[in-house]
Write a protein that binds this ligand. Sequence first.
Ligand SMILES: Nc1ncnc2c1ncn2[C@@H]1O[C@H](COP(=O)(O)OP(=O)(O)OP(=O)(O)O)[C@@H](O)[C@H]1O
Ligand SMILES: [Mg+2]
Length: 449
Amino acid sequence: MPLPEKMPLALIEDDEIVRQATSQWLQLDGHQVLEFADGESALNQLPPDFPGIIISDVRLPDIDGMALLPRLLERHPEIPVILITGHGDVDMAVKALRDGAFDFVEKPFDPARLLQTVARALETRRSQTAQQDRHAYLAQAEGLEKVLIGRSEAMVRLRQQLLKVAAIDTNVIIYGETGCGKELVAHCLHQFSTRNQREFVPINCAAIPENLFESELFGHEAGAFTGAVKRRVGKLEYADQGTLFLDEVESMPLNMQVKVLRALQENTVERVGGNRPIHIDLRVIAAAKEDLHHHPEFRQDLFYRLNVAQLYLPPLAERSEDILLLFDHYTHQVNPDTRLPSPSDQQALMRYPWPGNVRELKNIATRFALDPSLTVGEILASRPNLTTEPSSATLPLAIQVQNFERKVIHECLQRHHGSIIDALEELDLPRRTLNQKMQKYGLSRSDYT
Ligand SMILES: Nc1ncnc2c1ncn2[C@@H]1O[C@H](COP(=O)(O)OP(=O)(O)OP(=O)(O)O)[C@@H](O)[C@H]1O
Ligand SMILES: [Mg+2]
């Protein structure tokens, strides 16, 4: 839905001279004004989905403005209502704010002050409407669009490509920076393929110690080496007829690259210590952060085998249309009643460079939804930039300490691949304390597993 460029103002004022003068100021400022001489006619004529804001005098002939306010808000709970109060009605004004008025302007008023208040109210209204539009989009999304969220041109195109590629059972390489959604895309490729009744088997090539790699991938027979007590089925065999996901494939040791290539060429695996080739039927999806073509540490024959199709995930900062959409999606997931991000919250979100991409946005949104006292700016300031060292000299000590604490926990979870037990031991913390700190810093176990 395109958002209306110009939002109407409803002006409720019984004094005809004042009403006309006010209306004129507003129109000269470029606004479209609907005039009402009393409260009832405004209540009757404004549609429930009135897209603008309301400015109302509190002294009206038919209904007291203070009684009108709750009735207006009952019908139009979102709409900012600016009240015009008589001189000296401070108590009334305070009560009005408590009851949900957007602001009040004291009579006789300075037109510039009224116009400023109107501009702020319109800005709030605009961001409400934009958020409603995003929520409506998220609610109607179905299938792939509901999982791989985004309205930017890049995401729309990616979903189209993904569905095409999913249908043609070929190997795929997915490129993208950290936290961009490579694993999510790999999962979607599997879900939307004919192999979706079989296993999706992820292997993080950067996380497996080199000496365990072969047994992890190819399995072993009992007694194949010291410690191989029982027979073990490797990941390639386990993924038979399903999808094998080679994450961080550029980290695969060179000798393993040779073996994986042979397995893919011959469609067979041999368990370590076994002498019988086992037939496998695999689709391989690989994810990489670096270009594998001409990569000095990546075998080009394996590259060509994998590179039948390619999907490229642009960094979040390059698809800024998706930032608020994903923010709304994640805050809504944590708490459907999360407050509307203020204009400065939204600016902070739009300006931030997002080195950790969607994963980082998800963490920020989660913290925003969990702690109503925080602004986005505060959350971002208390968060170490995970890719570059922040110039911490200018930050208050308390924030530097928090940044450091967050970094220690983040790196510990990374080292232990999200194992809370190992992290507790290393940090020597009670579980409750670690949980609280992880929540405070928006760290989620699942991002490390
Ligand atoms: N377009 C998207 N819509 C909804 N969620 C997304 C989207 N992109 C990423 N995410 C979420 O962001 C988080 C990070 O995504 P994912 O783990 O797939 O990234 P990645 O590219 O594999 O990162 P890394 O390179 O660090 O492994 C996940 O929780 C994922 O569900
Ligand atoms: Mg990943």
